[in-house]
Design a protein around this ligand. Structure first.
Ligand code: G1P
Length: 296
C-alpha cells in the first residue's frame, strides 16, 4: 500500500510572475480553489493519507489552506452557512494528515524530495506529485495515480507517469526510453533509460515525465549521493536513472489529460476545462466563453 506522498512546493515560481510575487504559485485559483487543492484531492482519491509538503518560509499560505481555520468555521456555523462550512471542512478529510518540512536551500527537485526523508524513512514506498501539473481524470473510472499504484502493487516495480509530448518540446521535460514498444495508455512497461531535459536530437522518445512518481524508500540514499546535473541542480531524474539500473523502473502511460499550471496558458486552459463542468458555475461559464468567442 502506498499511503504517503511528497509534494515539493518550495520553488519561487518565477514562470508565474507577477501572479506568484506575494502568493505561492500553488495558490493560484483554478475556478474556485487553488491548484494545490486539486493535487491533494488527486492523491487522496488514490488512497494517499499522509501528504508531506516540502516548503519554504515564504509559502505558509499553502500550510494555512490545509489547516483548520477555527474562527472562520465558528463564524460560518453561527450564521448557519452549513454548505460552505462542509466545503471548507472537506478540503482535508478527517483521516488525511498534512505534514510540512522545509527545504532550506533551492538545490533542485532531487534535493527537495530528499528533505522528506526523515518523515518517509528508507523502508517504505511513496508517491511524489509535482503540483505544477494537474492530472485530469474526467471520464475515467479511477484516476491515473490510482492506476499507477495498482501497477506498482502488481509488479513491485517503481513507476513514473508519462505522456506523449510534441517532439519539439522534449527539452522541457524528463524523457524516458521504453524497452520495446511504448506502453498503451493505462498500462505500464519497463524502461531502458531516462534523461532530464534532453536536446531535441538526443531525446530517446517523446514520452515525457509529467511529475507523478512511485518510488521505494531506497531512493533516499541514492538522492543523498546524486551530484548536481542539468541546470546545476540535484535532479530526481538522475537518482531514478540509478534506481533503474540497479532495480528496474517502469513507465506508466497515463489516460487522462494534463494541464501545466506552471505557466499562464496552461492554467488558463485548466480554467476552461474545469470551469465548464463545474456544478455551480459551469453553465454560466460556458455562456461567457461563447459570448467572448463570438466577439473575437
Ligand atoms: C520537473 C522534472 C521533469 C519533469 C517536469 C514535469 O522539471 O525534473 O523531469 O518532466 O518536472 O513538469 P521542472 O518542470 O521542475 O523543470
Amino acid at each position: 500500500m502506498i499511503r504517503k506522498a511528497v509534494l515539493p512546493v518550495a520553488g519561487f515560481g518565477t514562470r508565474c510572475l507577477p501572479a506568484s510575487k506575494a502568493i505561492p504559485k500553488e495558490m493560484i485559483t483554478i475556478v474556485d480553489r487553488p491548484v494545490i487543492q486539486y493535487v491533494v484531492q488527486e492523491a487522496v482519491a488514490a488512497g494517499i493519507r499522509d501528504i508531506v509538503l516540502v516548503t519554504h518560509g515564504t509559502k505558509t499560505a499553502i500550510e494555512n489552506h490545509f489547516d483548520k481555520h477555527f474562527e472562520l468555521e465558528a463564524g460560518l456555523e453561527a450564521k448557519g452557512k452549513t454548505e460552505l462550512l462542509e466545503e471548507l471542512r472537506s478540503i482535508v478529510p478527517a483521516d488525511v494528515n498534512i505534514i510540512s518540512v522545509r527545504q532550506p536551500e533551492p538545490l533542485g527537485l532531487g534535493h527537495a524530495v530528499l528533505c522528506a526523508r526523515p518523515v518517509i524513512g528508507d523502508n517504505e514506498p511513496f508517491a511524489v506529485l509535482l503540483p505544477d501539473v494537474l492530472v485530469d481524470d474526467d471520464g475515467l473510472s479511477r484516476n491515473d495515480l490510482a492506476g499507477m499504484i495498482a501497477a506498482f502493487e502488481s509488479s513491485g516495480r517503481s513507476q513514473i507517469m508519462v505522456e506523449e509530448v510534441p517532439a519539439e518540446l522534449v527539452y522541457k521535460y524528463g524523457i524516458v526510453a521504453p524497452k520495446g514498444a511504448a506502453p498503451a495508455p493505462g498500462s505500464s512497461g519497463e524502461l531502458e533509460g531516462l534523461v532530464e531535459k534532453p536536446a531535441v536530437e538526443e531525446a530517446p522518445s517523446n514520452l515525457s515525465v509529467i511529475g507523478r512518481y512511485l518510488l521505494p524508500g531506497s531512493i533516499f540514499p541514492m538522492l543523498a549521493e546524486t551530484p548536481p546535473g542539468a541546470g546545476n541542480e540535484i535532479q530526481l531524474t538522475d537518482a531514478i536513472e540509478r534506481l533503474r539500473r540497479e532495480q528496474g523502473v517502469n513507465a506508466y502511460r497515463m489516460q487522462g489529460k494534463t494541464y501545466d499550471c506552471g505557466h499562464q496558458l496552461g492554467y488558463l486552459e485548466a480554467i476552461l476545462a474545469y470551469g465548464r463542468r463545474h456544478p455551480r458555475y459551469g453553465r454560466g461559464f460556458i455562456e461567457l466563453v461563447k459570448r467572448y468567442a463570438a466577439e473575437d
